[in-house]
Unconditional design. Structure first.
Length: 128
């Protein structure tokens, strides 16, 4: 439980050896804290978020906006609209290198665009 960890870590003094060297021979059984101020702040924010979620559930509130359900609903609408408009297919956008890249002939093969018809497949090619 994040709240219990936060409460425990806030009561501990910082581990000098861990602060100086980044390591401690005692590891997780050390009686001093290995958490930085930033770690404690992040953990505190996590605990506050969990508490807010519990409060919303206890109040019987609906799912807060910006959830995965909202995203899935929007995605489903977008996909159904795209399928209904499939007769109006656009031409594919031609390949372009990002701005600022060197000329194509100066790029290594792994960064060069494939040929227009794709890579040729040798007739005797066997995988595996």
């Amino acid at each position: 439980d994040a709240a219990a960890i936060l409460q425990e870590e806030q009561t501990k003094k910082p581990c000098r050896k861990f602060l100086q060297t980044g390591q401690c021979d005692f590891g997780s059984s050390c009686r001093f804290s290995h958490m930085t101020e930033q770690d404690l702040e992040n953990l505190s924010a996590q605990v506050q978020g969990e508490q807010r979620s519990k409060e919303l559930l206890q109040e019987g509130a609906d799912v807060p906006p910006g959830t995965i359900e909202d995203w899935l609903e929007k995605r489903a609408k977008r996909l159904s609209a795209a399928q209904s408009n499939s007769a109006l297919l656009e031409k594919p956008v031609p390949f372009q290198y990002p701005p600022g890249w060197p000329p194509a002939q100066d790029l290594p093969p792994s960064l060069q665009a494939p040929p227009p018809g794709g890579w040729p497949i040798p007739p005797n090619l066997h995988w595996g």
